[in-house]
Design a protein around this ligand. Sequence first.
Ligand SMILES: C[S@@+](CC[C@H](N)C(=O)[O-])C[C@H]1O[C@@H](n2cnc3c(N)ncnc32)[C@H](O)[C@@H]1O
Length: 457
Amino acid sequence: MTSISQIRRLARQILDDTEVLTGHLEAQGIDAPSFNPDSVDVYSIPKDEPASKARKDLVASTKELRDLAMGPKENLQMLGWESFNILSLHFVTFYNIASFVPFEGEISYEDLCAKVNSHNNNNNNNNNKNSCPAPSPSSNSPSPSSPPPVRLSILRRNLRHAILNNIFRETRPGFVAHTRPSLLLATDTLMYSWSLYWTHYMWPVATNWAAALQRWPGSEDEKHTALAAWAGKEANLYDVLGRDAEMQRAFQAAVEATGTSEGYDIAFTVDGYPWDKLGEGTVVDLGGSQGQASVAIASSFPSLKFVVQDLPGARLPSTAGKIPSRLSSRVSLTAHDFFSPQPVSADAYLLRFVLHSFPDGAGVDVLRALIPSLENGARIIINDGVLPEAGARRDAAAEKATRSMDVAMWLVMNAGERDLGDWKNLLRMADERFVFSGAWRPEGATAWFIEAVWTTA
Ligand SMILES: C[S@@+](CC[C@H](N)C(=O)[O-])C[C@H]1O[C@@H](n2cnc3c(N)ncnc32)[C@H](O)[C@@H]1O
C-alpha cells in the first residue's frame, strides 16, 4: 500500500467508525461528551455494542492519522515537547487552580492569581501557627498542601498551555472559565488525585530513571529504582508510601480512580469471571485497597463473602463509610501484610493488580504465604496485565495501557508486567500445586484473568 492510500484508508475508516458511533448515540437519544462544563464525562455505551469498538478504533486510528499528517520529523519534535503537557497539568493540579475558577462564568487571570495566593497564604499562616505539616519525607519538592506563592505571569503562561489541552478556556483575552475536564479536577476528588499522583509524584520519579541506573548499575533489587533515587534512599514503593501520608492518599485514590477508567473498569472484574461457581464461598481480596473490587462483585453476587486485606496505612480516611450498609455483613475490611502467613481459609484468593508491582522473587513469596490456609480446590484468581505479543496490535489502547504500566512498575519496584508464559512460571516457581487452569481477557478489558487451582489430591 502506498503511503497516500494508507492516509486515505485511515480517513475512510475514521468516517465509517464515526458514523457507527454517532448513529448509536442518536438512536439512543444521548449526547456525545464535549468540552462544555455541563457535558457528560464518558461515553455510556454497552461494551458489546459495535459503537463501543468503533469508538476505540477511532481513538487508535485518529492518532495514527495525526502522526502521519505530521510526518516523522514533526512527530519526533512534538514527542519531545510532550513533557510540557504534563507540566501545565501539574501546575494546575499543584495549585488546585480548578477550585478557584467559578463553576459558572469567568474570572480574570489577575483575580484568579490573587485568590490562589491569598488562599495559600492563609493556609500556610494557619499551618505555621497551629500544626505546621511535616515536609514531605520522600523528596525535597514542595507539598501541594502548602504551595509557595506564584507570580501572575507564571500562572497565566501555564494556564494558556493547559488551555491547549482543553483544560479551561479563555472566554475573552485575560479571562478564563471552566471546561468539562477542568471542572472534573474541581469536583471529582478521584480524578484530582489521579492527576496529583501522576504529575506531582510519578513524573519527577520517572525523570530519575537514568540516575537510578547510574547509582545501582544492573541491580534488580526492588529498592534500587527511579523512585528510590528520587526519594534519596533505598526503598520500595510501599516503604515510600508508608512514610508519606500525602503521597499514600494520592496513590490509593489514584488506584481507585483507575477502576473507573476505560480498560480498567471494575465491571470487567465483575462480569469477566464466573463468580457464581463459588456458590456461597468466601473470597480473600489481597491488597484490596479500599475494597472497591469486592464491593462491586458482592453487589452482583449476593451469596459471596469477601475479606479485603491491605496494609493498615493504606486505608483512606473516607473508606470506612464506603462499604454500603447492605453489604457490611458480607464485605469486611481488614489489615494483613500479604508476605505473612495467610490467616483466612477461603474458597478463592483474588489478586487484582497486586503481583505486577512485585518482581518474581517477591511474587513467589506472596503466593507461598497463602499455602498455610489453602485447602484442596481453592482458587487463585489473578486479575492483572498480560503483555501482548510485541507488535500484535490487536487492541492498541489495551497494549498502550499495559506497556505504560510495565514502565511504571519498573520505575517504582524494578518489577513489570508479565506475558502469559511468565505468569505460568511464577505459579510453578511458587509451588507445583498451584495448577494453572486458564487465562482469558474479557473483550475490551486491559487486564486478564489468570486462574490456578490449589491441587493436593
Ligand atoms: C495497585 S494496588 C491494587 C489495589 C486493588 N487490588 C485494586 O485492584 O484496585 C496494590 C495494593 O497492594 C497493597 N499492598 C502492597 N503491599 C502490601 C502488603 N505487603 N500487604 C498487603 N497489601 C499490600 C497496596 O497498599 C495497594 O492497595
